[in-house]
Design a protein. Structure first.
Length: 451
């Protein structure tokens, strides 16, 4: 069976489609790079905003336009929340709810026998970058933020078994992946499952902090990164894991608003003072810890004063990056029927915050000019008429440097020369080679530690 896989939305969707591609290849399916070659096309959809839902519909229709004979399977949050609508879209043969997602291949393979020829040698490898792998550790959420459809679409918080996660990371590391990103809907809730039947003994003593600690102790992966974590789940035990030479100094915390009044209406169990303390605690642990945040503008009832509070708090905290979202009412959420902020006001506010985000990112990137940073290189790029490479530091700063040898999936040190809002331009430091392995002296990732 020829399978085309694609995903929209969050890193969790990406982690799921990467894992699906690996299972499919293990079961003898052939992955193809375009829907035109496929028997089945699988799309992992998103509905976090109305724009995401629209993009999911457009992507589904595009599959059938590109190949009128392909069979389409829709999974993910748009399929979960708009099952009838998704089924009615031309060419959709299968819509699976999120809880059924893991059994998608059983459904697809039930109809076909894989007795045909084995996939050709040069068939595309399972999806995913060879430099970085997204690893699903948890799904669902037990919180009830007033604007959030994800908690509705993905159900209660459920953790993956620790051994399964460790085995998958060890396997990816053995394949040469240098960085793994732990992802989920609410990774901070790892190990705190509350099924009706009561807490599961298998997760006794487990938390995100313990999971991170065990991964770092038991697997020599060069880099471990956490995806977004709700601020109230950032425990002292987790914060105490920094600095660690292989734990990325980047934490993404959804703040959503700098106004306590708005946070209260959003039903988010965090206040600005608490958030400020967490940022301070993180910064106290590691050099140039990158703290970035999600912010929603235009939430019902958000006044000009509330918005100015958000701007002031983001500036005061000197966040490394801002992800700015305009509030999007989602049917099925508590806030769906509330009086919206006029779209023109919401647009102005998001433009203001996006511009602030650029200023803050530039200020943060400038800190690395003159410093030496360690970069995991991913892609070759053309740099002003010469070849170079682009990659990310463990702070998640994008770095470009000229170099005409192959640096794909290599960790190299770069001296920062110039910064802009997108990242850092640098030069490769001759290899006195250090890489974030266990053998590395404390924090050898950048120059300041050696002062
Ligand atoms: S914590 Fe809130 S915003 Fe995050 S997934 Fe859960 S309900 Fe949604």
């Amino acid at each position: 069976m020829k399978l085309y896989l694609t995903s929209l939305g969050c890193r969790l969707n990406q982690a799921e489609i990467e894992a699906l591609s690996r299972r499919a290849v293990a079961l003898g399916c052939q992955l193809v790079e375009t829907p035109t070659q496929a028997d089945w096309a699988v799309i992992n959809t998103c509905t976090v905003t109305h724009v995401a839902a629209r993009k999911s519909r457009q992507a589904i229709r595009r599959l059938r336009r590109e190949n009128p004979t392909v069979r389409v399977a829709v999974i993910g949050c748009y399929g979960e929340m708009s099952r009838g609508e998704a089924r009615a879209l031309t060419g959709v043969d299968l819509v699976l709810p999120n809880v059924e997602k893991e059994r998608l291949l059983d459904h697809l393979l039930a109809e076909v026998s894989l007795s045909g020829p084995a996939p050709p040698e040069n068939a595309p490898a399972p999806l995913g970058r060879r430099t970085r792998a997204f690893i699903k550790v948890q799904d669902g959420c037990d919180n009830r933020c007033a604007y959030c459809i994800v908690t509705v679409a993905r159900g209660p918080s459920r953790s993956r078994l620790p051994d399964e996660i460790l085995a998958e990371i060890a396997e990816r590391q053995s394949e040469g992946v240098q960085e793994v990103v732990l992802t989920g809907v609410n990774i901070g809730a790892y190990g705190r499952d509350h099924p009706e039947s009561g807490p599961l003994p298998v997760y006794e003593g487990w938390s995100l902090a313990r999971l991170v600690r065990e991964i770092l102790e038991r697997i020599d992966i060069a880099r471990l990164r956490l995806s977004s974590i709700e601020p109230w789940d950032l425990t002292e035990e987790l914060i105490a894991l920094w600095p660690h030479t292989r734990l990325c100094r980047q934490v993404h915390l959804p703040l959503q608003s700098g106004s306590d009044a708005v946070l209260r209406r959003m039903a988010r169990p965090i206040r600005v003072a608490g958030f400020r303390d967490l940022v301070g605690a993180l910064r106290g642990r590691a050099h140039e810890m990158a703290v970035s945040a999600d912010l929603i503008v235009g939430f019902p009832g958000e006044s000009d004063t509330d918005f100015q509070e958000t701007v002031r708090v983001a500036q005061e905290l000197g966040l490394a990056r801002l992800h700015v979202f305009r509030y999007s009412p989602r049917e099925g959420t508590p806030a769906a029927g509330w009086e919206p902020v006029p779209p023109s006001v919401a647009r102005q506010r998001s433009e203001r915050l996006i511009a602030l985000g650029e200023e803050l990112a530039l200020a943060y990137h400038r800190r690395f000019v003159g410093e030496t940073v360690e970069v995991l290189f991913e892609t070759a790029i053309e740099l002003e008429g010469t070849w170079g490479w682009s990659g990310l530091t463990d702070h998640y700063v994008r770095v470009w440097a000229p170099y005409d040898d192959n640096l794909h999936n290599r960790l190299r040190r770069v001296r920062g020369l110039a910064a802009d809002a997108q990242g850092l331009r640098g030069e490769i430091v001759p290899e006195a080679g250090l890489r974030g392995s266990k053998a590395a002296p404390p924090d050898a990732r950048d120059s300041h530690a050696q002062a």
